[in-house]
Design a protein around this ligand. Structure first.
Ligand SMILES: C[S@@+](CC[C@H](N)C(=O)[O-])C[C@H]1O[C@@H](n2cnc3c(N)ncnc32)[C@H](O)[C@@H]1O
Length: 271
């Protein structure tokens, strides 16, 4: 029997065999986060029927975006939204768009609720407490997403854990059909090794083209090792719509650089 992956505890069906990009950490909430949850979760957290695990939607469940947001507007999806800094700020700054944040960490979701309230309680934001890779393709219609953001995903440093990195072919194959033609995929990491990995995977993905082919590498020499063959060009400028989170601050304090990437969804070659 394969070893249990430390993502989720064994369910009634036995140890998990599937590789996931997250670790289930404690779900317990501090008093203030519990208060935010109790007051705001009904409004903002999409509590969908669950499937075989509590991070998966039940089979056959779909999101009716018009019913959820009360309108149809360009949709921005953030995967791994952490404490909600970006989604709360973006929803408040862009009432013309709808924002969906996907995060499996309940304390982060509770913190996001508090941030959304402090940002003025925008009505164009919802939180989805599910595994993005499995849930989004089941829930969203093809071509419904205008921007997809993945900022500071878990780096999974050990070689044997590289397959758990979110930016890998299984995730890209799952979310690519959701991107409208011309939609933007925005990424950022503070780990040079992961930045290099992202570049290699993204450049090899049909249906995505680099939006900044000539963009220079971020200036400076990072404290972490830069892999051999690191691309000199093809890097996006720091995305102006990205709020500095604790992860970015921690990377900066440790002397690491911020590596931004942006790719445009194009029709995949048909041959
Ligand atoms: C390192 S944190 C970064 C959080 C945030 N983007 C930031 O910049 O501060 C990565 C987050 O991604 C979440 N995550 C990882 N895989 C996920 C998945 N498949 N679906 C939803 N959330 C995921 C983790 O729970 C974690 O909170």
């Amino acid at each position: 029997m394969p070893p249990e992956v430390p993502g989720e505890p064994a369910g009634p069906e036995g140890p998990r065999r599937e590789t996931v990009s997250f670790v289930r950490r404690g779900d317990r909430l501090s008093a203030s986060r519990q208060d935010a949850w109790d007051r705001l979760a009904d409004t903002y957290v999409l509590d969908l029927p669950r499937g075989e695990r509590d991070t998966l939607p039940a089979e056959g469940v779909h999101l009716d975006l018009e019913a959820v947001f009360g309108r149809r507007a360009p949709l921005v999806v953030e995967v791994g939204s952490g404490q909600g800094e970006n989604v709360a700020a973006a929803a408040a700054a862009h009432p013309e768009r709808d924002h969906l944040a996907v995060e499996v960490y309940r304390p982060g979701l509770a913190q996001s609720l508090d941030r959304i309230e402090r940002a003025g309680s925008p009505t164009n934001v919802r939180l989805l407490p599910l595994d993005a890779q499995r849930a989004l393709p089941a829930l969203l219609p093809a071509g419904s997403v205008q921007e997809l953001w993945v900022f500071f995903p878990d780096p999974w440093h050990k070689s044997r854990h590289h397959k758990r990195r979110l930016i890998n072919p299984p995730f890209l194959q799952a979310v690519l059909p959701l991107l409208a033609e011309g939609a933007t995929l925005r990424l950022a990491t503070d780990w040079a090794q992961y930045a290099h990995h992202m570049r290699e995977v993204l450049e090899a993905t049909p249906g995505l083209v680099n939006a900044h082919r000539e963009g220079p590498r971020p200036a400076g020499t990072p404290a972490d090792p830069v892999p051999e063959g690191m691309a000199e060009r093809g890097w996006a400028p720091r995305f102006a719509g990205r709020v500095k989170t604790s992860f970015e601050n921690k990377g900066e304090r440790a002397g690491r650089l911020g590596w931004d990437l942006a790719y445009t969804r194009v029709a995949a070659p048909t041959d």
